[in-house]
Ligand binder design. Structure first.
Ligand code: SF4
Ligand code: SF4
Length: 183
């Protein structure tokens, strides 16, 4: 059982960013942004060439379909979500998170950059043969499917959705091989 302790807003943001870094999120973002899919698009806190000027708990905790899927397959999504559920005041592109608040679980950064690198290798390989919207549709569909799994307590629903995901992601062979390294 974890012990209750106090976290600061800054600390949870740092832990979140370190976690995403350890999961190799930056590799996926690079391809996504180049394809026009940045989740920061049109945000008033985004400064050209300098990035986010108002890093908050909400955007740090939020995962797009790609990152959600990678963490789900790596068995890390439950820990990620449980950690952020403790952090109050999350909103859209800003937060009202207080400077201090109690938490009973911490977040250890993983060492699985190779998973995202393999995912990106597959994305880059498939992109030229797909239509322009494919990457965005894939991201949205993964988001929907993984949410359905996470929200469902029914093993049969989970099995069916996982089957759909496996079918949809059948061409992501480098990623599949990389996942085997976790076993
Ligand atoms: S949508 Fe996902 S992959 Fe794209 S920039 Fe945002 S976090 Fe990165
Ligand atoms: S506030 Fe959020 S959406 Fe806006 S630039 Fe920062 S990370 Fe991106």
């Amino acid at each position: 059982m974890s012990k209750l302790r106090f976290a600061t807003k800054q600390k949870v943001i740092e832990l979140g960013l370190a976690f995403l870094d350890g999961a190799g999120a930056g590799h996926v973002c690079k391809v996504c942004i180049a394809s026009g899919g940045s989740c920061c698009q049109s945000c008033i806190f985004l400064k050209e060439g300098a990035g986010c000027q108002k890093r908050n708990t909400s955007c740090t905790a939020w995962l797009c379909g790609f990152l959600k899927y990678i963490l789900y397959e790596a068995g890390m999504l439950h820990d990620w979500e449980a950690f952020w559920e403790q952090v109050p005041g999350q909103k859209f592109r800003e937060d009202e998170t207080p400077p201090f608040f109690p938490v009973d679980r911490w977040l250890d950064a993983p060492d699985v950059v190779f998973l995202s690198q393999a995912f990106v290798e597959d994305l880059n390989m498939l992109l030229p043969s797909r239509n322009m919207l494919w990457i965005h549709e894939l991201k949205e569909t993964l988001d929907r499917y993984v949410d359905k799994i996470m929200d469902s307590g029914d093993p049969e629903t989970v099995r069916k959705v996982e089957k759909k995901i496996d079918y949809m992601m059948a061409d992501f062979r480098h990623f599949r091989t990389a996942l085997e390294r976790l076993a």
